[in-house]
Every structure is written in C-alpha cells, then in structure tokens.
Design a protein around this ligand. Structure first.
Ligand SMILES: CC(C)(COP(=O)(O)OP(=O)(O)OC[C@H]1O[C@@H](n2cnc3c(N)ncnc32)[C@H](O)[C@@H]1OP(=O)(O)O)[C@@H](O)C(=O)NCCC(=O)NCCS
Length: 245
C-alpha cells in the first residue's frame, strides 16, 4: 500500500536488516532451567531389560529428527500420520525459531532414539503439552516420556497448568482417560492442536494424583544424576533406519 507523506522527508526509503526483522518474528525466549538428564530401567513382558536415558535434544540433532519424522507421515494406522506430520512441523518450528519456548526431550537406549516428548510454554503458568511418541513398543517408554515432561513442567519450570489434547486412542486411553483429565468447556476453549478440547492438569492435581498414577504405572521414579559413562553412551543420537510401529 502506498500513501503520500504529509511532511517533507530527508530520505525516501527506510531499510531494515533481516536481523531486525528476525527479532520481531522470533521474540526473546523465556528463561528456562535445563532439563536434567535422567535414567530408568525399562522392561517388556518377555523380561527384556534396557536402560533408558532421557535428555534434552540438541539443536544440531534437529535435522536428524526431522528426517526420521518424515517417515511417519505416510503411516496410516493409529494416527501416526497426523502425529508424525505435527511433530515434523514442531521440530521445524524449533529448528527455525518459529515455535514459542519449546522444549524437546529424547529417550535413548545406547544412543538409539526410542522415545520423544515435546511441549512449549504459553506463559510462565501454562505449559502446552505437544506430543509424545514411543519408537520401541511394549516398554512403557511413551508413558515414561510423558511423565518426564510433566515433571519438568510442574516441578522444575513451576507451571500451574498443563494443557493437553489427544489425536490417538492410545494416548487418550493412557493419559486422557487414565488420569481422568478434566476438559475446559468446548468450543469456548480450544487446544492449538487442531482446535480440539483442552484436557488439563493443575499443579495441585499433579501433586496429589497424577504423579502417583504415573509412578504406579511406570513402577519407579526417574533417577538422577545419570552416571558419566551412561551419559557418554547416549551423547550421540542415532535414529532407527525405519519406524518399527
Ligand atoms: C501413545 C504412545 C506414546 C504410548 O507409548 P507406550 O507408553 O510406550 O506404550 P506402548 O505403545 O508400548 O503400549 C501401549 C499399550 O499396548 C500394550 N503393548 C505392549 N506391547 C505392545 C506391542 N508390541 N505393540 C502394541 N502394543 C503393545 C502395552 O502394554 C500398553 O498397554 P497398557 O496401556 O494397557 O499398559 C505410543 O503408543 C505411540 O507412540 N503412539 C503413536 C503416537 C501417539 O499416538 N502419540 C500420542 C498422541 S495423542
């Protein structure tokens, strides 16, 4: 749009650097204490055991995660396609600074990616739970990743509410229904993932009920600090060749 200036001007162009534009498009991050890496023994029904390490993903690992997540977009069972497509966009949003205050956790066994959980801060009180995925089935890895991110939200970041929603029956069964998460009136309140219902956990509900429900399902709490040699084993992220889901 163009309009005649109402005053004489010493210059007829104002040039902005892209750094100045970037500062407007990607506002400053809220201060967030880091997620302290944790570990836990996992076991399946056959008694196979592994040590799962959960740590924050590093920004330089984003391209590897993005390439892996592209493979889920064509899997049309159990809502892997839509969860995969949304996680792909969230990873790109994190990598390209187009997602407000994200945190990205990876679950690793001997460095291999077996779990994923992410979320973001709407503000200092409200934590938006984005997605959780397990890439190795039958070890409750998804539930452990969900616990790790909720614990981070309430016990480390000091958030007061957790806003979740569910695409898949699997997620809704274990978390939405399993935790008896109440929902806000709909359509007045809508979750950013597709305008679905917001299922929420308050800090009080976390402290008194949900934390124990999850610990009971998982069997034991996350352990910290992670021994140096275990951290080292899980320093370099490897992704599976193809999704085994
Ligand atoms: C939802 C999800 C993260 C849960 O992961 P999880 O806690 O590791 O649980 P699993 O997927 O291994 O198992 C789920 C259930 O199937 C059972 N199961 C065990 N072995 C299984 C196997 N080989 N294949 C399928 N299910 C299995 C589990 O015992 C569990 O039952 P329970 O809930 O009654 O205990 C995972 O299913 C997933 O990544 N789904 C796709 C992404 C998704 O839907 N994310 C949530 C978005 S709302």
């Amino acid at each position: 749009m163009k309009r005649q200036p109402p005053e004489k001007s010493s210059y007829d162009k104002v040039v902005f650097s892209i750094e100045e534009i970037e500062a407007l498009l990607a506002p400053p991050e809220m201060p967030k204490p880091p997620f302290e890496p944790a570990y836990i023994e996992v076991k399946n029904r056959e008694g196979e055991t592994h040590t799962l390490v959960i740590r924050e993903a590093k920004k330089e690992e984003a391209p590897l995660l993005i390439e892996f997540m592209k493979k889920f977009v064509d899997i049309d069972h159990d809502f892997y396609d839509i969860v995969g497509a949304r996680v792909l966009a969230e990873l790109l949003g994190w990598y390209r600074n187009r997602l407000k205050d994200p945190y990205t956790l990876v679950g690793l066994i001997d460095g291999e990616l077996v779990g994923f959980a992410n979320g973001r801060l709407m503000n200092k009180d409200i934590n938006i739970s984005l997605h959780t995925m397990a890439f190795k089935r039958g070890f409750k890895i998804g539930a452990i990743m969900y616990y790790a991110k909720a614990q981070y939200a309430f016990d480390v970041l000091g958030n007061q509410e957790w806003w979740a929603t569910y695409e898949s029956y699997n997620g809704f069964k274990r978390w939405g229904i399993g935790m008896a998460q109440p929902s806000y009136p709909w359509p007045d309140y809508q979750h950013e993932l597709g305008g679905a219902k917001i299922y929420y956990i308050t800090k009080e509900y976390w402290d008194t009920v949900v934390k124990n429900y999850l610990l009971d399902y998982i069997g034991t709490d996350l352990k910290r600090p992670v021994p140096e040699d275990l951290l080292k084993k899980n320093e370099t992220l490897k992704v599976p060749d193809s999704p085994a889901v």
